[in-house]
Design a protein around this ligand. Structure first.
Ligand SMILES: *Cc1c(COP(=O)(O)O)cnc(C)c1O
Length: 411
């Protein structure tokens, strides 16, 4: 075979020095000493800053960039992003608390997600956060809580669109969905919002996540604007906010290409021209989670054992599934594929070995690398999982097996 196969190594964007990966310009073993323990997650603040700059450069200036906190709710990360983006999107009352500790004004924060509790709704109203309504029940709760508080609730309607974002890692719209209010039912809800005297803000139309196909994203955006124009005809007051979702993906696996956002930027420019006539009072929001932070983060754990079982080499690490469910392949993957893994203190090692990296949980699911060619490594070396800045620690079952907690640092 002389055709070169794509490998994970093309996904590494961190520099190396003296055989060590540099995170935030700090050699990995030094960073491990600074943190004081393994496993840990490290997020590179410069990479997050650069990512936002990249978006600002290629997306139209008038796009409002929001960060979806659920991708990575570490307070220091959210604080850092509060200085870079125009708003936050929340999915829980806990995230609201993190967001409100930053300088981000409540008027630039919205709260989506099904199953909001009465207490969460009440807190959002008292704060001035916009509630992206997922159902009529939520509208009724918002109206009654608003009445009790003597505050007009700010509400937007999360729409379950009548189309889907094609080739998405996770579809969040189209067909029957637990998210949003079906587009065909939205006119009735808009009327009710007017009757209840809520402060109508606009629409939230999020159709999918983890998409690497610019044409698919552009197509969904076209449909999103068209749907918003149709729905706006029944709005009780002008649309101030049109949140068109995001869905920008990052590459995880060999052969996946980084998303080309220049195409999306150009297309959005065209869409905004029509928008300025159709919905002149509305700002347009793009909400991103993974794309802003995913590539800025690494998960680092230490090899504590090395075994050979019937010819197969196993590197046993002190971290795994309980702290990085996604890398184990158990967070929404249909067919398990290896995340980009490397030996972060052996970047210059030329001798390779095909190994499986497993964690300390007593289940075959605790697998971080399945028969992967890695630099030859042994006890004490550091396993690094790249692309771990989003849906890492907070999306993992940390309590499983009662191992010590991982630490998170922003460097
Ligand atoms: C999860 C979520 C996001 C963030 O998705 P990413 O793939 O991380 O960009 C944005 N909006 C809503 C409504 C979400 O539920």
């Amino acid at each position: 075979m002389n055709k070169q196969r794509p490998t994970h190594s093309t996904l590494n964007t961190f520099p190396t020095r003296n055989g060590e990966l540099l995170i935030g310009d700090t050699p990995l073993t030094r960073l491990a000493n600074r943190v004081g323990q393994t496993p840990f997650y490290a997020y590179d603040r410069q990479k997050i800053t650069e990512r936002v700059k990249h978006l600002r450069k290629h997306l139209p200036e008038e796009i409002h960039l929001h960060y979806a906190i659920k991708a990575n709710p570490m307070p220091a990360v959210v604080q850092h992003l509060s200085t870079l983006v125009d708003g936050f999107d929340l999915a829980s009352g806990g995230e609201m608390q993190v967001a409100l500790d930053t300088p981000m004004p409540a008027g630039h924060i919205s709260f989506a997600g099904p199953g909001k509790s009465e207490s969460e709704i009440r807190r959002a109203i008292a704060t001035g956060v916009t509630l992206n309504l997922e159902s009529e029940t939520e509208l009724d709760t918002a109206a009654s809580q608003g009445e009790q508080l003597g505050i007009k609730p700010r509400v937007a309607v999360r729409v379950n669109p009548d189309f889907e974002l094609k080739s998405s890692g996770m579809k969040m719209g189209g067909g029957p969905k637990p998210f949003g209010i079906d587009a065909e039912h939205v006119p009735a809800v808009l009327t009710r919002i007017g009757e209840l005297g809520c402060d109508f803000q606009g629409f939230h139309i999020f159709s999918g996540s983890q998409n690497l196909h610019p044409e698919a994203i552009c197509e969904a955006q076209t449909k999103t604007f068209e749907l918003a124009y149709r729905l706006a005809e029944n709005a009780p007051s002008p649309v101030h906010k049109l949140n068109i979702g995001g869905g920008f993906g990052i590459p995880y696996f060999p052969g996946e290409q980084a998303l080309d956002i220049t195409l999306i930027g150009g297309h959005l420019n065209e869409l905004l021209q029509k928008k300025s006539r159709q919905l002149p009072e509305s700002k347009v929001i793009v909400e991103l989670g993974r794309y802003l932070v995913g590539e800025a983060g690494v998960y680092v754990c230490r090899i504590v054992d090395r075994k050979i079982s019937r010819g197969q080499v196993y590197l046993v690490a002190n971290g795994g599934l309980h702290q990085h469910l996604a890398a184990s392949g158990n967070f929404g993957q249909v067919i398990r594929k290896n995340y980009p893994v490397l030996i972060g203190n052996k970047m210059d090692e030329t001798e390779q070995e095909t190994v499986s990296v497993v964690g300390p949980s007593c289940t075959p699911l605790d697998l971080m690398a399945d028969k992967m060619a890695l630099a030859k490594a042994g006890i004490g070396d550091l396993v690094v999982v790249l692309q771990s800045g989003a849906y890492g620690l907070s999306a993992s079952p940390s309590a499983f097996l009662s191992h010590p907690a991982a630490v998170e640092v922003l460097v």
